[in-house]
Design a binder for this molecule. Structure first.
Ligand code: ADP
Ligand code: MG
Length: 318
């Protein structure tokens, strides 16, 4: 196995565009813009828990960066810098090169400088930390939802969960949808442009990593309100087209993890302004329910009946 230092020099040292000092010293140096706050988030990907050990390394690198960038998008902020701490058992250098390239490609796609990290020997584990910027006081928190606000979700939640079910259990997927679902799982697209556009509009926001219903419950808890989702308004179409199974599609849309779509709330007065973002972003946004003063999360079925929503999110320790 090549030395730690040659790995760093060959694969982990990348040009930077917005950084005072990148890889090579004891610390990197960055200069946030005046009047902005720094946002920091870490996400760890553990082999066997967060990804299948035989995952394509370039896609794994991409996903490690993407899930971190998604957390900055979820605050309506601009991602700017990233570090990657990794432990490797004894993988070959082409594998490491592909991992580093995938990670660097995702950083570059979202204007993020890869500015440092740590490299050690151990069970395969990838931990990235992302740094972002938002105008002071303007980052969108989970706590701002109010009774009467609409609830929105971007894109096609549920496809990543279908991709995982296909890989793990052989769940059949139709034609081109198979690749779309696996792409959603292995090469998620953080919704940075949408997050930035919602700054000043969304009252609360998060990225859906553990399932739409469970993650919505986090917003409700922090905001001290309840919600009613409308089954007829859920973006079920693509998941249904992929698997031809209405029950499974609904379960994946409401409970599937790894989507990295943005789930947010906003006052009804902003409906038109939010819908007007869609053409520019090339990304659908669905209005799926509303916040209520009474606590709890309910689903309004197509026959008009309302019942508590049983689906909860993923919990590593449950
Ligand atoms: P130290 O011993 O001071 O912690 P290291 O030898 O661990 O420094 O790292 C040397 C330089 O290489 C540092 O700038 C560090 O940020 C960078 N580096 C180490 N591993 C990585 C990595 N996986 N990705 C990017 N930079 C890395
Ligand atoms: Mg040092």
């Amino acid at each position: 196995m090549p030395s730690e230092f040659s790995l760093i020099a060959r694969h982990f040292t990348r040009p930077t565009a917005n950084t005072v000092l990148g890889v090579g010293d004891d610390c990197a140096i960055v200069a946030p813009r005046a009047g902005y706050e720094l946002l920091v988030s870490s996400d760890m990907l553990v082999a066997g828990t967060h990804f299948l050990p035989d995952t394509d390394p370039a896609r794994l690198g991409w996903k490690t960066a993407a899930v971190n960038i998604s957390d900055i998008a979820a605050m309506g902020a601009q991602p700017r810098w990233m570090t990657l701490a990794l432990s490797l058992s004894a993988p070959d250098e082409p594998w490491i090169a592909a991992l580093a390239q995938g990670f660097a490609d995702c950083c570059a796609a979202f204007g993020v400088d890869w500015i440092g990290g740590d490299t050690t020997r151990g069970p395969l584990n990838l931990c990235a930390t992302v740094f972002g910027e938002a105008p002071a006081g303007r980052a969108i928190r989970r706590s701002g939802a109010r009774a009467g606000d609409d609830i929105w979700v971007s894109g096609w939640p549920g496809l990543a969960a279908l991709g995982l079910k296909h890989l793990l259990e052989g769940t059949p997927l139709n034609g081109d949808w198979r690749d779309t679902c696996i792409e959603a799982l292995e090469r998620p697209q953080p919704r940075v442009a949408l997050g930035l556009a919602l700054n000043g509009m969304a009252s609360a926001m998060l990225d859906v990593s553990d399932g739409l219903a469970g993650d919505l419950a986090h917003i409700l808890e922090r905001s001290g309100c309840g919600a009613e989702l409308e089954d007829a308004a859920l973006p079920l179409g693509p998941a249904l087209a992929a698997c031809n199974d209405a029950r499974l599609a609904r379960q994946c849309v409401l409970g599937g993890g790894d989507d990295y779509e943005l789930l947010f709330t906003a006052p009804p007065a902003l409906r038109e302004a939010i819908a007007a973002l869609v053409p520019g972003l090339g990304l659908p946004i669905s209005r799926i329910g509303r916040c209520l003063a009474e606590p709890g999360l309910n689903l309004k079925h197509r026959d008009g009946s309302v019942a508590p929503l049983a689906i909860t999110g993923f919990d590593h320790f449950a």
